[in-house]
Design a protein around this ligand. Structure first.
Ligand SMILES: Cc1cc2nc3c(=O)[nH]c(=O)nc-3n(C[C@H](O)[C@H](O)[C@H](O)COP(=O)(O)OP(=O)(O)OC[C@H]3O[C@@H](n4cnc5c(N)ncnc54)[C@H](O)[C@@H]3O)c2cc1C
Length: 443
């Protein structure tokens, strides 16, 4: 049994930045993760660097993207210095110097063009690290933490969290006892954490969920937008349901990837620094809020994910947009008629309308028609859809401004907290939690 002052559960961006926040404090801190260190890991979601390590590191550097400061009782201006600090750390360990989203003329042009078709364009400063470089940046950051005395407990999957007097016991391969816990197990650990929280008496609230598909199309179609912003955030209101649909995580010349979970699989995307494809992809997500009597968005999302995975025979579904519009499934033969090659081959040709709720499918089709106005050709015969893409940040923990839950000394951070959806916000919530613990310890 290891006894420490602070156990940080999860070594993704939230956990790593929390660990950084404790450097020099004198508090004994341990970083616990079920996965391996950066140089050894192969799992997309588990291990040092978290899900972030296998992303291509698009750092969104404004408070309006990736989270909502108000949900943690803060203003955008209060959050900005943390964003700058996270950015400085990434740069210190090797992120490229240049930003995207600073060409005023290109931005103005895109704003004008998008506005003409009722599309909202949210612009802001971004830094793009790229998948291969991000792993090196994370490895350097991790080595720095080790060098400064951060302890680790890797390949240690925490199964249960117990309260033991004024301490917490993390039960896993290597049990750990700590006075403070920062729980940051990411989206992959959010469902597990929610069960643990319920047992510990920590209440949670249901938040919205985003359900949709990954859209893959010839890279030339996005090139004019990329000049303004690498990962442009575009939002539309759909004609039939007046629902919000948004683009998310655009990967110019990137890859679509499969995210495997115990009970289902999802799709995602990233872009490599060196290896480029002929395709660009983005997530197209329909925003869903459930109200009385069905509020449990997590279970709703999981049900969709399981259904889609069943229909895909244990793999994501790929479909030509043309087939979806014409109400028929895709087959390998129909996919082969497209001029681009799908970048995710571990997917089953099928029918997305059998897997996603009809309202989501209608929303996706209408949103694509609208986006085609600023990306002409998007709804042509050369576009693929992969499903399901679901963003689980729907279990919200009511927290203080410091990310402390209603149980004193138990903090949540990152995507699992329900207050973030991205690397930078996850990192800053880890920093905020560490800063608060240092304050209460007077160190
Ligand atoms: C393919 C892909 C591309 C992405 N691209 C981007 C992007 O470009 N920009 C962006 O901002 N975001 C991107 N994201 C999202 C981003 O990676 C996440 O928002 C971010 O990593 C969340 O950080 P986190 O620290 O909260 O959790 P995570 O990064 O998910 O880390 C959680 C850690 O907790 C560990 N863990 C979980 N449960 C347990 C347990 N029971 N015991 C021990 N350890 C546990 C896991 O092993 C994991 O290492 C992408 C995600 C993916 C999958």
């Amino acid at each position: 049994m290891k006894r420490v002052d602070v156990a940080i559960l999860g070594a993704g961006p939230a956990g790593l930045f929390a660990a950084e926040g404790f450097l020099g404090s004198g508090l004994e801190t341990i970083l616990v993760d079920r996965g391996q260190e950066p140089s050894r890991r192969s799992h997309i979601s588990f291990g040092v660097g978290g899900a972030g390590a296998f992303s291509d590191g698009k750092l969104n550097l404004i408070p309006q993207i990736g989270g909502d400061p108000e949900s943690i009782g803060r203003s955008g201006a209060e959050v900005q210095p943390y964003i700058d600090r996270v950015d400085a750390t990434f740069t210190r360990f090797g992120a490229p110097e240049q930003y995207s989203g600073e060409d005023k003329d290109a931005l103005a042009e895109l704003h004008k063009n998008a506005g003409r078709y009722g599309i909202e364009f949210i612009s802001g400063r971004q830094r793009h690290i790229g998948t291969a470089s991000l792993r090196q940046v994370i490895d350097r950051f991790y080595q720095h933490l080790l060098g400064e005395g951060t302890r680790t407990s890797l390949e240690n999957r925490v199964q249960r969290i117990e309260r033991k007097g004024d301490r917490f016991l993390l039960e896993g391969e290597e049990p750990i006892e700590a006075r403070y816990v920062i729980a940051a197990p990411g989206r992959a650990g959010a469902y597990w954490l929610r069960e643990e929280a319920a047992r510990l008496g920590i209440s949670t609230e249901y938040g919205p969920i985003d359900v949709g598909a990954r859209v893959e199309f010839p890279a030339e179609l996005y090139a004019p937008i990329e000049r303004a912003m690498y990962d442009a955030k575009l939002r539309v209101r759909t004609a039939t349901y007046d629902d919000l649909v948004r683009t998310f995580c655009t990967n110019p010349r990137g890859f679509v990837v499969k995210e495997s979970y115990e009970e289902f699989c999802l799709v995602n995307g990233h872009a490599e620094n060196v290896e480029k494809t002929e395709n660009t992809n983005f997530a197209l997500l329909s925003h869903i809020e459930l109200t009385d009597p069905v509020e449990d968005t997590t279970e709703y999302g999981r049900a969709i994910a399981k259904l889609a995975t069943t229909i895909g025979g244990g793999r994501p579904i790929i479909q030509r947009l043309k087939d979806l519009k014409q109400g028929r499934r895709s087959t390998a033969e129909r996919l082969a008629r497209v001029t681009i090659t799908p970048t995710l081959t571990d997917a089953t040709p099928g029918d997305i309308s059998m897997a996603l709720p009809n309202r989501v499918v209608v929303n996706l089709l209408e949103a694509l028609e609208q986006l085609d106005n600023i990306m002409p050709g998007l709804t042509s015969d050369n576009t693929f859809l992969y499903a399901p893409e679901i963003k689980f940040y729907d279990t919200h923990y009511p927290v203080s401004q410091s990310m402390e839950t209603e149980i004193p000394r138990f903090y949540v951070a990152g995507d699992a907290s329900g207050h973030c959806r991205g690397i930078v916000y996850s990192a800053l919530t880890g920093l905020i939690a560490a800063e608060a613990i240092r304050r209460s310890e007077g160190v």
